[in-house]
Design a protein around this ligand. Structure first.
Ligand SMILES: NC(=O)c1ccc[n+]([C@@H]2O[C@H](COP(=O)([O-])OP(=O)(O)OC[C@H]3O[C@@H](n4cnc5c(N)ncnc54)[C@H](OP(=O)(O)O)[C@@H]3O)[C@@H](O)[C@H]2O)c1
Length: 259
């Protein structure tokens, strides 16, 4: 039995993963952005080990989420699942960041720094990461006119790259990125062609399985198969430049000098 924390488990792939893991007998810690959203999953949370609350668009609330998780105990795995897609505008988080960057990249970065390090880390990315850009000077969208789809693609390039950087820096941790496919959730829309089942079973398998195939690090996964990510993801120079930008934007250094 493993203990797994899943961000964004009130809906879609996160909720599906939580229900599967609970059914398989694992201890699951759920996450909702607010008490109101937590109320929507009362039945699932009754079977869970715990539920933590906080809005990932806020660094302060993200810190509180990490504290709530740490108070429950050390997780074996964390699935960084929560995400947002096509935002109408850049938005402005309490810390002044673009909301898409904050929720999809900065929050998982901060949670990775603040949650007691688990043995396995899984980050939800997207095939759209391939349209991300390797230019890192305006990752917070202060200079460019807003493009929701480009911002999403970039945020997913960054999170896939972070997963690969973590695999390289922390050899004692299994860190992987998962593209769930285009699946019919609130985000994917009713007409999405991919399979919701296959869309969440890669994360649950990477989080808990002892199979040789699942106990690897630095992979980019789609439907339990390793795929080639776009070149930047495994480019050490790009990884390090991105990590430095994330340090600048958050004030938090994930990797020590010895990592
Ligand atoms: N669906 C697809 O086709 C697809 C394709 C590629 C990648 N993905 C990735 O897969 C992951 C899950 O997507 P999904 O389709 O399951 O999306 P979804 O149905 O929209 O669910 C997203 C989850 O994240 C939570 N969330 C969003 N913003 C939050 C915030 N600021 N604070 C706290 N929680 C927040 C949502 O909470 P609420 O319920 O309160 O909104 C919900 O629980 C995402 O990272 C997404 O980018 C999805």
């Amino acid at each position: 039995m493993s203990r797994i924390f899943i961000t964004g488990s009130t809906d879609g792939l996160g909720l599906a993963a939580a229900r599967t893991l609970i059914r398989e007998g694992h201890e699951v810690v759920l996450h909702a952005r607010s008490r109101e959203r937590a109320a929507a999953i009362a039945e699932t949370s009754a079977a869970a080990l715990g539920l933590v609350i906080g809005d990932l668009a806020s660094a302060e609330e993200t810190c509180s989420i990490a504290e709530q998780v740490n108070a429950i105990g050390r997780m074996d795995a964390v699935i960084h699942n929560a995400g947002i897609y096509l935002e109408r505008s850049r938005g402005e988080t309490p810390e002044g960041h673009a909301k898409t960057l904050a929720v999809n990249t900065l929050a998982p970065y901060l949670l990775t720094a603040w949650i007691t390090r688990p043995h396995r880390l899984i980050y939800l990315t997207s095939g759209m990461h391939r349209s991300g850009s390797s230019a890192l000077d305006d990752i917070d969208w202060n200079k460019r006119p807003w493009s929701a789809s480009q911002a999403y693609s970039e945020s997913k390039l960054y999170i896939a790259t972070l997963a690969a950087a973590i695999a390289r820096h922390w050899p004692d941790v299994l860190s992987n990125a998962v593209d769930p496919g285009w699946v019919p959730t609130k985000m994917g829309g009713a007409g999405a062609p991919d399979d919701l089942e296959m869309g969440h079973l890669t994360q649950t398998w990477l989080a808990t399985s002892e199979d040789d195939a699942a106990t690897v690090s630095g992979g980019y996964w789609y439907h339990r198969q390793q795929r080639e990510a776009t070149a930047e993801v495994n480019d050490v120079g790009f990884q390090e430049a991105l990590v430095e930008r994330l340090v600048e934007l958050t004030g938090i250094r994930l990797f020590g000098w010895h990592d």
